[in-house]
Design a protein. Sequence first.
Length: 252
Amino acid sequence: MKSKGQANFEDFTSEFNMRNFLITSLIAYTVNTCYAVTVTDVDTDNLKVSVKPLISQRDADNNKIELPEIFNVPYFRYGAGNTAVMLDPQPGDIGFFIVFKSDSNNIKKGDSSQIMPDTFINFPLYSGVYVGGILMNEPENYIEIKDDNITITANKIVVINCQNTEVNADENITLNCQTAEINADNQVNINATNINLGENASLALVNEKITDILNSHTHNYVNTAGTPTPTTPPNVPFVSTQYTNANIKESV
């Protein structure tokens, strides 16, 4: 005959075994530590989630006993001071729920003062913190850090907002894209020993408006009668192929 539940026949063969079984059973049923959970709802305004344990309990007849959904659980965000990585959980994420020893419902966002618990309950299942990011599917947006390189991949857009930006590279900086656009309210400064431009780049530098000004410009001179007189426009129209500079060349 087999035993049912957690107790075995040897647990009742001596007083020591009986006491040992009672003590370990009390600890198992009262000390909540950590649960594997899935996220069911997210409140990003208050940095809280609702989670449901992934592992159920079972009775003596081996029937599943589902654990209830846990609401208003603060979730972990990696940060310090005024700096943080804002990576909010999503419904369906898998993580772990760490249970606090005391009731933590009175802890408020941004309040680091010591508080008293609402109840005398130890290890309440409703009180803890969610830490996410286990058993995830292959991500579409990620930062990959290796010994020899760091890769940032986004399936749509990367936005950097700051007061000043500086990029330093000991060797090369390469920008690969279909269209590059620089919008500056004041000015753009380029300091380089050589500037190598691509095919037809000189034509882009000397645009149509500048060409019209060069082809219509005149100079004043004093004629034989002593009267200031403008010259005629250039006899040979200016074209972009005439624009040459030792430090500006086309790379074909």
